[in-house]
Design a protein around this ligand. Sequence first.
Ligand code: MRU
Length: 357
Amino acid sequence: MDLSSPAPFGQIRWDDDRTGIVILDQTRLPSEVKEVTLRTVEGIEEAIKSLRVRGAPLIGVTGAMGLAALSCGEARQGPLSEELRTSFAGWADRLAAARPTAVNLAWAINRMRVVLEATPGSSTDIAAALIEEAGLILIEDARMCRAIGEHGVGLLGESSVVLTHCNAGALATGGIGTALAPVYVGHERGLRTRVFADETRPLLQGSRITAWELDAAGIDVTVITDGMAGALMAVDTPDVVFVGSDRIAANGDAANKIGTYGLAVLAEQHGIPFYVLAPTSTIDHHASDGSAIPIEFRSADEIRRGFGRLTAPENVPVWSPAFDVTPARLITGIITEHGIHEPPYIESLGALRAGST
Ligand code: MRU
């Protein structure tokens, strides 16, 4: 595996004629490593909604590559450019609504809309410009992950213990991940890092995906259930907590997989530094604080009968937000491709918006 290339775990690629995208079906991990090819807007939307492809940056890349592939497929059938523009608008609206919390999806789709509007010519010209832009979004995402890793690795010693939640690794991005990027960069440099991966109820992205990818890369990883994090901290094990984010508000409040907020409270209680690692495409400067972040709710059955067996009575209601918001005051630092940003985030993240770091 070449960690310096985009999508080093085969998380996403074009199919041969660029009229489809091929993703690693993450719902099958870790028991099966299986790719699936997506050629329709229904297929791409289903893959995003059902978490076959997931993680804020990677669903952004998927939205962009998906739109480009759909446009390429339609252009080959020879429609007029106006017809393609109309089809594109419908696809873009539909995909942008597939998952509401991860701002990277809307961000990437907007970039594609801008390119479409700026491209005159035939449907073939438009499709070519969209393919180029989507390819750029993938490459940029891989570069941002690498830069996050370079900034974050300075927080790791020769031998460190990291606690993480959900999967903000390679499988959540087009590169080597965000929260796990410093671990991969450290691994390349010979640092010995032990990672504790929260299992991450209810869909187990931590145990199914984080543990799978770290193990595949030869990195020491141990799975715990979410409820064990406090006990782990009480025996003074983790040096640092690294998590990703789906949307960071202007004041630094950060939405991430449900359970992250509790972890941040525990980290504060135990004096353990808590970092959020994310590309600048995850910052929503229009959301002044966490209360403006839309939270996705998931089906009750993901908790009631998650992996096939009934685990709660059929008639008992289930409350299932997919994300929670960690208040900025619990976050030691936010690491983007530009560096480690410290509180007050309204200033340090605001400087990124102004274009100066
Ligand atoms: O529901 P998921 O699996 O898409 O949730 C993913 C997370 O919460 C990640 O931590 C977040 O998207 C950041 S990924 C770099």
